[in-house]
Structures are given as C-alpha cells and as structure tokens.
Design a protein. Structure first.
Length: 135
C-alpha cells in the first residue's frame, strides 16, 4: 500500500467507524485485506467510537479473514504497542488478544510488564486464556 494512499484511507476508515458503519469497513477489508496494515494507525485515533469500532471489526475479521489478520494486522498492532499513549497500547493489546492465535499471543507476551498496570494486566489475562479452540 503506497504512502500517499495511507493517510486519506486511514481517515475514511476512522470516519466510517465513528459513524457506526462497521459493515462497510468489513466489506472494504474483505475486498482489500491490505487495509489491515493500517490497523495500528487507525487505533491511534483519539475518538472512542473509532477505537470501539475497531474492536467490533476485529471480532468479525478473525472469523472471516483469519490468515490476513495474522499476516497484516499483527505486525501493525505490534508496532502500535510501542506508542507513547497508553490507550493506543491498550487497544493494540486488546486487538491482539482478540486475534487469539498462538503467533499473536507469543508476540503479546513481550508486553507483560508494560509500564501501565492496566495494560500489563490485560496482557496477562489474554495469555492465561490462551488460544481458543477452532470452531
């Protein structure tokens, strides 16, 4: 995905999520799974509805695009785990926990001692739950 396409597309995704149009974003990501590369950037949006929309989005995407989520979203979310803002790290940790793959949890385990105690707790709980059995 080209750099000059990233910013406007990130804004569109965030705006649609804020408006509650998660189904539209699910369709967009299904048609172009490379949009998952923007996951770590979208959760940096300060609007709560955008970040909540990402949680709803991932609940669906882990079912319909599991390999794309693993290949594209996990690296993007891991990059967001290095963000200064605790809310970004917390949302990234939550989405990685939602993915529930052994790869995502293994990567998440590196953040068990986050400087924010709530994030450290979220990571520990996700690791205790482990990988969900396939349906």
């Amino acid at each position: 995905m080209s750099k000059n396409r990233t910013q406007p597309l990130t804004e569109v995704i965030a705006d649609f999520l804020e408006l509650g149009h998660v189904d539209n974003i699910i369709s967009m990501f299904s048609q172009d799974p490379s949009c998952l590369l923007l996951s770590g950037t979208v959760i940096q949006d300060e609007r709560f509805k955008v970040r909540m929309g990402m949680a709803v989005l991932f609940e669906e995407l882990v079912t319909i695009l599991p390999h794309a989520v693993l290949d594209s979203a996990v690296p993007s979310l891991l990059a967001a785990m290095g963000h200064d803002a605790a809310y970004v790290r917390g949302d990234a940790a939550h989405l990685l926990a939602t993915i529930q793959s052994s790869e995502a949890l293994r990567a998440l385990s590196k953040f068990q001692h986050d400087s924010d105690p709530q994030i450290a707790e979220l990571v520990k709980e996700a690791l205790e739950l482990g990988v969900r059995p396939a349906k």
